[in-house]
Ligand binder design. Structure first.
Ligand SMILES: [Zn+2]
Length: 386
């Protein structure tokens, strides 16, 4: 069975129980909060414009640097995890929407294995013309921040709950809870459901069958939460859940160089690629292995570009835990040094035992490399790269 490293959000949900137990074990072993090496921005800054990277995305962290003129290795990691649900259930006659009701609703929604601690900051907003109550809480000693937004939809006889979560221990900005609240504010729970155009977020989800629509930001992905436990006969108009996850929850930048008399070649490209250490910013363990799959290498003017995938794996208690990435990398020469730059994105097709389409396309990885990373790579640009 494949389980994504670190169980970024799985540790705070009780479902399925067996997986949660594994996550609890892993949360000890996989050090999601492992301290980064002491950053020396002045050294890294000669090669990567980290200031601009951070301005664009504050989640970037320098996790490795070994920098000399002759050879060097820099690794940056960008990690965040959020999970946004929209649940709907039959509206009970007793569901009088008070803050007391909403608190109790949150504390009991996921059952006793989900021991939320209320954290105040209660509020009231409007969703689709309905009064909605906002309740905040935390779990796992504050590592996860959760916000419930609850409203009743008498038009359809349903109660809706927006269940917003960020994993603070993974460095996720708490402000992403506010983004999830904004998404909740755009949920449509009764007709008209159409969401195309005119909404704050570009990605739209609409189900006329289930009578719900919402819009989410770019690279956030919404699909049904097909829990066999909750919905043994499948999701229906009266009872269902959608979950929204972040496609690019982990991003990596690896820059390496070496003084060399050799010219840019496919052989040099492969050498840099297969010299990648089996380490991870999330998992630091000697049992971690890395397999590299190179799909293609091609020339672009004076440099080479190649794409492929990475598979990190480790065994624990007779199970194999894997984490998959897609990468796009380039090799170029600047005077007497060969430089190798790799950009990679995590690619997830299963979570909590459910299929989930967080698989990244080659186009996404390419855009990440060329639009986000390359412009901040000083040596590539100074060498007259693209
Ligand atoms: Zn409604």
């Amino acid at each position: 069975m494949k389980v994504h490293f670190g169980c970024p959000a799985g540790c705070f949900r009780s479902w399925p129980v067996a997986l949660t137990l594994r996550c609890l074990v892993l949360s000890v072993l996989l050090s999601p909060g492992a301290p980064a090496e002491e950053p020396r921005q002045d050294s890294v800054g000669q090669y990567i414009d980290t200031g601009t990277l951070l301005l664009q995305d504050s989640c970037w962290k320098v996790v490795r640097q070994d920098v000399t003129a002759d050879r060097g290795r820099i690794k940056l990691h960008n990690n965040r995890w959020l999970m946004f649900f929209v649940h709907w259930r039959p509206l009970k006659a007793t569901a009088h929407l008070t803050f007391e009701y909403a608190r109790d609703h949150m504390l009991n929604f996921w059952g006793p294995a989900m021991p939320f601690t209320l954290s105040g900051g209660e509020n009231e907003i409007e969703v689709a013309g309905h009064r909605a109550l906002v309740i905040n809480g935390t779990i796992y000693e504050g590592r996860i921040a959760t916000r419930f937004i609850v409203w009743n939809c008498p038009e359809t006889g349903r109660q809706f709950t927006a269940d917003c979560n960020v994993n603070l221990a993974r460095g996720t900005p708490p402000s992403l809870l506010d983004v999830q609240q904004a998404i909740a504010g755009g949920v449509r729970c009764h007709a008209p459901y159409a969401v195309a155009g005119g909404t704050a977020f570009p990605e739209h989800f609409l189900s006329n069958e289930w009578g719900v629509s919402l819009s989410v930001p770019d690279k956030w992905h919404t699909e049904k939460f097909a829990s066999k436990e909750w919905f043994p006969d499948g999701i229906t108009y009266t009872s269902g859940s959608l979950w929204t996850l972040l496609t690019t929850s982990e991003k990596r930048l690896d820059l390496r160089w070496q003084r060399s008399d050799d010219e840019v070649s496919a052989a040099e490209f492969r050498w840099f690629l297969h010299e990648l250490p089996a380490d991870s910013a999330v998992v630091r363990d000697s049992t971690l292995t890395l397999q590299v799959y190179l799909d293609t290498v091609f020339s672009r003017e004076a440099f080479l570009e190649g794409t492929g995938s990475l598979r990190y794996s480790r065994s624990l208690d007779d199970r194999t835990y894997e984490s998959h990435y897609r990468f796009d990398a380039i090799l170029w020469k600047d005077v007497d040094r060969l430089f190798f730059l790799m950009a990679s994105l995590v690619s997830i097709d299963e979570f909590w035992g459910l299929p989930v389409n967080l698989v990244v396309s080659d186009e996404m990885v390419s855009r990440f490399l060329w639009d986000e990373i390359v412009p901040q790579t000083k040596t590539f640009n100074s060498a007259g790269g693209k």
